[in-house]
Write a protein that binds this ligand. Structure first.
Ligand code: ADP
Ligand code: ZN
Ligand code: ZN
Length: 849
C-alpha cells in the first residue's frame, strides 16, 4: 500500500497536493477522492501514489473519502490531461475536472456525529432525567436523547439513516448541531444517474388504417375513428415535428394551447400514437433531413470512395496518422465519415465524431443515429449534468462504440478508440473560452497521437493552421473537389453597394438586384436564404447632436435595439416591449427618449440586424413565408429542429438569419443565398478577420444549389476588390489560403508563429493598470529570447461584464520558447501577489479582442 497520494484539485495553482492514505481505503490513480482544502471539501483526482513523505513542516492531512474504487480516467486520458495543463498553462486540477462530467454525481449530503457537548448531555441526562425547562415537546426531547444514544455508538451517519432509526427529522438534527450537541459535516455521495423518458411516435397512416380495418367492426366503414379537435391538434403537432417528440415537450406545447393531456392518451389507446422509452438525452427526432436519404444510404461516388480508401488504409496500417479532409460544400463528407466509422467498428474499434454544435445541426445527430442506432452516445452542451453522466458511463462501459459530441466529447472515455473525426474543424466553437482554454481539434490530434490512431479533420474551409500542416506534409491531405452527382457550385456575384448608393441616392439594406432575384426565386417556387450576421433590430443607437453611442453599463459595447416581437427570453418567456440589450452580458434597459449625455432628442438607429431584416422582407415580399433563425428565435435544439422542418417541407420559403444559417444545413430547395453586411467584420482588429469572413461567405454560399436545381449567391459588399471577396467569388479556397498565408508570414502571425494572448483583468481599473504595467516592466527587463511581447494595451473590448481588460500579445517562433516564457511570467504573477484568476493566459488564442 502507498502511504501518500498526490491529488490535483480545481484550484488556480500549478501543482498537486499530497494527502495521506488511510489504510483500507486506498485510492487509485485516475480516480476521485474527497479532501479538505482551505476549510472546504473538494473533490480531486489522484495523479500519483507514492511513499515519499513531504517535508516535516508540511502538515499532511488524510484523504477524507475515496470516491472511486477504479480509475475513471485511463492512463491515456491522464496523459492527455497533463499535456493540456502543460500546453495551455492551465492548472491540472481544472483540466481533469473538465474531463470528468461527473459533478452531478457528487451531491452535498450531511452526516452527523455526536459532539463533546452531546456526550455530556447524554451522560447528565441519563443521570438526572430530562430538563423540565426545555421548550421542546416531550416527544422531541425523547427523540433528541434517542439520537444521542444512537450516535454515541456510531460514527458519522447520514440524515436518512438517523431518521429511520430514531424518527428525528433534519430540522431537529440541525437544531442539535446548533446547540453543539452534534457535529454536522458534508459528505459527498456518489449517486446513480440513469433515467428514461417517453417519446411519442406518430404511427404511419397506413399502419393504423390497417389496424382499424382488422380490429373494427367491418360495418363501421374503413375510415379512421373520428377525432375531436384536441386529438387532431396532437396529431398535427406530432406530424409537424417529424413524427417523433418527447412526451414532455409535446405536453408543454399543447398544454399552452389548452389541449388536455388526456387527448394524447386517447390517441395512444387507439393505436395512432405509440409511446417509446428512450434513455434521457438520447432523443433524436426524425428531423433534420427532410425525407432525403441518410448519408449511409448512398453508394459512395468515386471521390468519396477514394477518400474512404485512404482513411481505411491508414486505419489498417495503424499508428498516428492525421488527415485533412478538404471537401467542398456538398461534396458528401458525412457519408465518408459514416463509412469510415463503420470500418472502424467492423475492426473492433470505436469511433469518435466531434461536431461544432449539435443543436445547430441536428441533421448530423439524426444521420449518426440512423446509421448506428443504439451504438451511439450523444454528448452536447444541452445535456443536464445527470444526462451527461449517464452518457459518460454508457461510453465507458463500452455500450456506445460511436460517440458524437461537441468540444468536451474529445474526452469521451472510449475503450479501443480507433478513429477520431473532427467535422468543420475550422469552427471557432472548438476553442473553449474559459480555463482550460483548449482547442478541441488540437486535443483530438494529440489524443490520436497518444493512442496511435487515425484522426481526420474535415472542412470545406480548413483553418490556416491545418492547411499549413497539410502543406508541410504533417497531415495527409485528402480532397473532394466536386459536389455529389456533379452538381455545380453556385455562381457567386458581388454587388457593389457603393455603386448602388450612387445610383439610388439612398442607403438601403437590400440592393435592387437582391430584391429582384429573391422575388424571382419565390415566384419559381424555390427557397431563398439571406444572411444578416447581427441579431436584433439596430446594433447602434447614436445621438446626432453629440455623437455619443449608447453603451452597456457593464461593457464597452454599444447596446442593440430590439423591437417588441415574438421573441423569447432565456427562460422561454415571451418578451414584451422594446428595449436596448447588451449581447455580451445580457444587460437590458428601456429605450431612452433623449440622449443620456446631452439630452438631445435626435437619436438615430444604425446598422440593420436580423430582426429588421425580417421586417423589411415582410414589407418587400408580403406573400412570402418568412422564417428567422438567430439566437432570439432559436433557444433550444427543439426550436432549431422545428425551424428546419418547416424549411425542409417548404412551409418557409424565405429565411433570414445570422451565421446559424451557414452551419451544415442540407436543404435541397434553396437556390438563392443573399449575403448582407458580412464584410463589416473585415474591419475588426483581429488577424483572423479575413479568414472568418471567407469561411462565412463560403459556408453560407454552400447552402445554395444542394438539390436538383443549381444555386446562386449574391454578396452585397462595400469592398468588392478585397481579396476575400475575390477568392470567395471563384470558390477558390486554395488561392485564398495562399494569399492569407502571405499576410500571416509577413506579420508573423499563426501559423508562422505561436501566439498567446495574456489578459489582465479586474473590476477596478487602477488594479488593471498597476498589474499590467508591473508585468510590462518585467517583460522589458527580462528580454525573453525568441518571444516578441506587444503591450500592455487596452483590449479592443476594453470592458466586459464590469471587468476592465488590458492585454499582452506574445508571439514566438517556437512553441518550446513560448511555454516556458508563460510559466515564468506566471511565477512573477505569484511573486508579485497578483491574483492568479486575474491573469488569463490564452494559448493559441482564436481572437485578440
Ligand atoms: P458536405 O458536408 O460535404 O457539405 P453532406 O455530407 O451534407 O455534404 O452531403 C450533401 C448531400 O449529398 C446530402 O444530401 C447527402 O445525403 C448527399 N450525398 C452524399 N453522398 C452522396 C452520393 N454518393 N450520391 C448522392 N448523394 C449523396
Ligand atoms: Zn447626445
Ligand atoms: Zn454588457
Amino acid at each position: 500500500m502507498s502511504l501518500f497520494a498526490d491529488v490535483a484539485l480545481p484550484v488556480p495553482l500549478d501543482r498537486a497536493f499530497t494527502y495521506s492514505v488511510t489504510p483500507g481505503a486506498e485510492p487509485v490513480v485516475g480516480g476521485r477522492v474527497l479532501v479538505s482544502f482551505g476549510g472546504q471539501q473538494l473533490s480531486g483526482v489522484v495523479v500519483a501514489l507514492h511513499d515519499v513523505r513531504p517535508a516535516p513542516e508540511v502538515e499532511v492531512k488524510a484523504i477524507a473519502r475515496v470516491l472511486d474504487e477504479s480509475a475513471l480516467l485511463s492512463d491515456e486520458l491522464m496523459q492527455l490531461g497533463k499535456w493540456i495543463a502543460q500546453y495551455y498553462c492551465a492548472p491540472l486540477g481544472d483540466v481533469l475536472r473538465g474531463m470528468l462530467p461527473l459533478t452531478a454525481e457528487v451531491r452535498r449530503q450531511w452526516v452527523y456525529r455526536i459532539g463533546e457537548q452531546g456526550r455530556r448531555v447524554l451522560y447528565e441526562g441519563a443521570a438526572k432525567g430530562s430538563s423540565r425547562r426545555s421548550k421542546l415537546s416531550v416527544e422531541d426531547q425523547n427523540r433528541e436523547y434517542a439520537v444521542l444514544n444512537y450516535l454515541e455508538a456510531a460514527e458519522a451517519v447520514k440524515t436518512g439513516t438517523i431518521r429511520s432509526a430514531t424518527g428525528a427529522n433534519k430540522a431537529l438534527l440541525d437544531a442539535m448541531a446548533k446547540k453543539r450537541w452534534l457535529v454536522r459535516e458534508p459528505l459527498a455521495e456518489v449517486r446513480d444517474a440513469r433515467r428514461v423518458e417517453m417519446v411519442a411516435v406518430l404511427q404511419e397512416a397506413g399502419d393504423s388504417e390497417q389496424e382499424t380495418e382488422k380490429s373494427e367492426d367491418p360495418t363501421a366503414g374503413k375510415r379512421l375513428p373520428k377525432l375531436n379537435e384536441n386529438q387532431l391538434a396532437v396529431m398535427a403537432e406530432l406530424a409537424g415535428c417529424g413524427g417523433r417528440e418527447l412526451v414532455r415537450e409535446l405536453r408543454a406545447r399543447l398544454g399552452a394551447r389548452g389541449v388536455p393531456d388526456s387527448s394524447l392518451a386517447t390517441l395512444v389507446k387507439r393505436g395512432l400514437v405509440r409511446l417509446e422509452e428512450t434513455a434521457q438525452a438520447f432523443h433524436v427526432s426524425g428531423l433534420g433531413h427532410g425525407g432525403k436519404k441518410f448519408a449511409h444510404e448512398h453508394a459512395l461516388n468515386e471521390a468519396q470512395t477514394e477518400a474512404l480508401g485512404t482513411l481505411v488504409a491508414a486505419m489498417e496500417k495503424g499508428g498516428f496518422r492525421p488527415h485533412l479532409l478538404y471537401g467542398i460544400t456538398g461534396s458528401g463528407k458525412t457519408a465518408v465519415y459514416v463509412a469510415a466509422m463503420q470500418r472502424a467498428l467492423a475492426a473492433g474499434k470505436s469511433a469518435l465524431l466531434l461536431v461544432p454544435e449539435i443543436g445547430l445541426t441536428p441533421g448530423i445527430a439524426a444521420q449518426m443515429v440512423a446509421a448506428f442506432a443504439g451504438e451511439v452516445a450523444l454528448l452536447h452542451s444541452q445535456l443536464t449534468p445527470d444526462e451527461r453522466a449517464e452518457q459518460w458511463h454508457r461510453i465507458r462501459r463500452g455500450e456506445a462504440r460511436v460517440v458524437v459530441g461537441t468540444r468536451s466529447a474529445v474526452f469521451a472515455p472510449m475503450p479501443d478508440l480507433g478513429l477520431i473525426l473532427v467535422d468543420e474543424e475550422h469552427d471557432g466553437s472548438y476553442k473553449q473560452e474559459e480555463t482550460p482554454r483548449y482547442h478541441g481539434r488540437d486535443v483530438a490530434v494529440m489524443r490520436a497521437k497518444l493512442l496511435g490512431c487515425t484522426v481526420v479533420l474535415g472542412s470545406a474551409t480548413p483553418s490556416l493552421e491545418s492547411w499549413n500542416n497539410a502543406e508541410r506534409g504533417r497531415y495527409v491531405r485528402v480532397e473532394m473537389r466536386e459536389r455529389v452527382q456533379s452538381r455545380p457550385l453556385p455562381a457567386v456575384e458581388m454587388i457593389d453597394m457603393r455603386e448602388e448608393f450612387r445610383e439610388t441616392g439612398q442607403e438601403q439594406m437590400f440592393s435592387r438586384r437582391l430584391i429582384a432575384e429573391t422575388q424571382a426565386t419565390l415566384d419559381r417556387g424555390e427557397q431563398a436564404i439571406i444572411l444578416l450576421n447581427r441579431r436584433g433590430y439596430s446594433f447602434v443607437v447614436m445621438c446626432r447632436s453629440c455623437g455619443e453611442k449608447i453603451e452597456c453599463e457593464n461593457c464597452a459595447i454599444s447596446l442593440t435595439y430590439h423591437k417588441p416581437g415574438n421573441e423569447q427570453d432565456l427562460n422561454g418567456e415571451a418578451r414584451v416591449g422594446q428595449r436596448l440589450e447588451c449581447h455580451y452580458c445580457g444587460f437590458r434597459r428601456g429605450v431612452p427618449k433623449a440622449c443620456p449625455k446631452c439630452a438631445s432628442e435626435h437619436l438615430y438607429y444604425l446598422g440593420a440586424g436580423s430582426q429588421q431584416g425580417e421586417e423589411r422582407l415582410q414589407e418587400l415580399f408580403p406573400g412570402a413565408r418568412i422564417g428567422r433563425m438567430d439566437r432570439d428565435t432559436v433557444r433550444t435544439r427543439g426550436d432549431m429542429e422545428r425551424l428546419l422542418t418547416r424549411l425542409h417541407s417548404g412551409e418557409i420559403n424565405l429565411l433570414v438569419g445570422t451565421q446559424m444559417i451557414a452551419k451544415g444545413h442540407d436543404i435541397h430547395g434553396v437556390t438563392l443565398v443573399g449575403v448582407v453586411g458580412a464584410d463589416f467584420a473585415l474591419g475588426l482588429p483581429d488577424f483572423r478577420a479575413a479568414e472568418r469572413v471567407f469561411q462565412l461567405i463560403t459556408q453560407v454560399s454552400g447552402r445554395a444549389g444542394r438539390g436538383e436545381l443549381p444555386g446562386k449567391v449574391l454578396v452585397q459588399t462595400y469592398q468588392p476588390d478585397h481579396y476575400v471577396n475575390k477568392f470567395a467569388r471563384e470558390h477558390d479556397y486554395t488561392g485564398f489560403a495562399a494569399r492569407e498565408m502571405y499576410f500571416r508570414r509577413g506579420m508573423r502571425y499563426p501559423p508562422f508563429s505561436v501566439l498567446a494572448n495574456v489578459m489582465v483583468q479586474s473590476e477596478r481599473l487602477e488594479e488593471v493598470l498597476d498589474w499590467s504595467s508591473r508585468l510590462g516592466r518585467w517583460f522589458e527587463q527580462r528580454k525573453l529570447v525568441g518571444v516578441r511581447v506587444l503591450g500592455p494595451a487596452a483590449a479592443p473590448l476594453s470592458r466586459l461584464k464590469r471587468i476592465y481588460r488590458y492585454h499582452f500579445v506574445l508571439k514566438a517562433d517556437r512553441r518550446d520558447v513560448l511555454g516556458p516564457a508563460l510559466r515564468e511570467m506566471l511565477g512573477v504573477v505569484d511573486r508579485e501577489e497578483i491574483p492568479r484568476r486575474s491573469i488569463v493566459v490564452d494559448v493559441d488564442a482564436m481572437h485578440l479582442m
